[in-house]
Design a protein around this ligand. Structure first.
Ligand SMILES: Cc1cc2nc3c(=O)[nH]c(=O)nc-3n(C[C@H](O)[C@H](O)[C@H](O)COP(=O)(O)OP(=O)(O)OC[C@H]3O[C@@H](n4cnc5c(N)ncnc54)[C@H](O)[C@@H]3O)c2cc1C
Length: 376
């Protein structure tokens, strides 16, 4: 077996890395501190075509293969988890419209999403419904030519900036997906003040008070919102997060390698101390293993293998925990400097913890992997 990027994939990788090193990394610390994602960065991501990664060329997208999409997420994850999370949620919605949308829905929304002219957010979680996501309380009622949505959505990444929300609500007791535009009557978007990690991910709470949604905005079929739309989107999000975790851990490893080569204690560079070498070895092994799991998931997704879903879950499960471990070791290696804002490792460490909670927490992945594996 040979694991090797194609020329096109390598070219994509270099392009994404160069963009992130130029546009994201120099200011990630500053906007993380402010908790405000720069408008011009979102625009630059759009102009570069990065928000249309999964859209076909006919809609103005990059139509990336799944490995290239993974490499894009790794490149962003290495720079900033908030920027990477914009890729994640935006693509979850874009891919949902692409997969489940009618011709009219695709024509209406895909070009703007692919160009990044409109940002998209994925609105599933609620104050009382998290891991048990299908237990949502938001509901929809058909009233003539439109639906009225009632309820609220919480922790919606980039909800503060999104022009389009993929909202899940019960219709006749069954979860159904709706495309809800910003500015819809009865929709209020409230900012959630910056969190402990992914501080610039512009989280919002949505209040749906009889929110009026045209009947034509139902995505897919009534009642299939959970089994099909939400689960496919979550699978896509997990893949994006898993690669983002590889990038985050890679960033921590690189920062740590630079640090152990300049910091001296007890008359020797840190890299010469064996306990530091042990930490570095664990970091290297973790990053390599997490990346290989992502490659496997990407390969299976690319060939349409049914095992891709479990492989993606595994990549996210291992990748998120590995990101937490590696970023923790990076802070340790940096000592007091690891808690300063001069080095990025403290931000990565806070962001890494988020990865164990979102897109199905570590425990939810354990349940998925454990059940599927035990069932054979
Ligand atoms: C930064 C951030 C961004 C987010 N962005 C979005 C977004 O864009 N869209 C969106 O819809 N949601 C978003 N979320 C919400 C996220 O999806 C939920 O936080 C997640 O699903 C977990 O739900 P919860 O926080 O309610 O925890 P709970 O479900 O209440 O779980 C609490 C704890 O119990 C564990 N647990 C739950 N059930 C079980 C079980 N059966 N067995 C063992 N342990 C269990 C969990 O793993 C967790 O450790 C975001 C959250 C964060 C922090």
């Amino acid at each position: 077996m040979k694991i090797e990027l194609t020329d096109q994939q390598r070219e994509n990788q270099q392009r994404f890395q160069a963009f992130v090193e130029r546009e994201v990394m120099p200011r990630a610390e500053v906007y993380d501190e402010s908790g405000v994602f720069p408008d011009d960065l979102a625009l630059a991501m759009g102009r570069a075509g990065h928000l249309g990664a999964l859209a076909p060329v006919e809609y103005g997208g990059l139509d990336l293969d799944m490995i290239s999409f993974g490499l894009q997420n790794e490149a962003y994850g290495r720079g900033c988890a908030s920027a990477r999370s914009l890729l994640t949620v935006h693509n979850m919605v874009l891919a949902s419209v692409l997969r489940w949308g009618s011709a009219a829905q695709k024509a209406r929304w895909l070009p703007g999403l692919a160009a990044g002219q409109s940002l998209a957010a994925f609105a599933l979680s609620e104050p009382e419904s998290g891991s048990d996501a299908n237990s949502l309380q938001t509901y929809a009622v058909l009233e003539g030519d439109h639906y009225s949505l009632h309820g609220s959505k919480k922790w919606i990444t980039f909800g503060q900036l999104a022009g389009l929300f993929l909202v899940f609500a019960k219709l006749h007791g069954k979860t159904t997906a709706f495309l809800v535009e910003r500015g819809s009557p009865g929709l209020a978007v409230e900012a959630i003040s910056p969190m402990g990690g992914c501080r610039a991910a512009m989280l919002a709470e949505l209040r749906l008070d009889g929110c009026r949604v045209p009947a034509a905005n139902l995505l897919g079929r009534p009642g299939l919102g959970w089994t099909y739309v939400a689960n496919a989107a979550l699978d896509n999000g997990r893949y994006s997060v898993a690669w983002g975790c590889v990038g985050l851990a890679q960033g921590c490893l690189e920062a740590s390698l630079a640090y152990v080569n300049r910091r001296r204690q007890f008359g020797a560079l840190l890299r010469e101390h064996q306990l530091i070498q042990a930490m570095v070895a664990d970091m290297v092994a973790g990053v390599e293993a997490a990346r290989l799991l992502c490659f496997k998931a990407g390969y299976l997704q690319e060939i349409g293998d049914p095992g891709a879903i479990l492989a993606t879950s595994l990549a996210k499960y291992f990748g998120a925990q590995n990101a937490a471990r590696v970023s923790g070791a990076a802070v340790q290696i940096h000592g007091a400097n690891g808690f300063s804002r001069v080095f990025p490792v403290h931000r990565h460490w806070r962001d890494a913890k988020v990865m164990e909670i979102i897109e199905g927490s570590t425990q939810i992945q354990q349940m998925i992997i454990g059940r599927a594996s035990a069932a054979g």
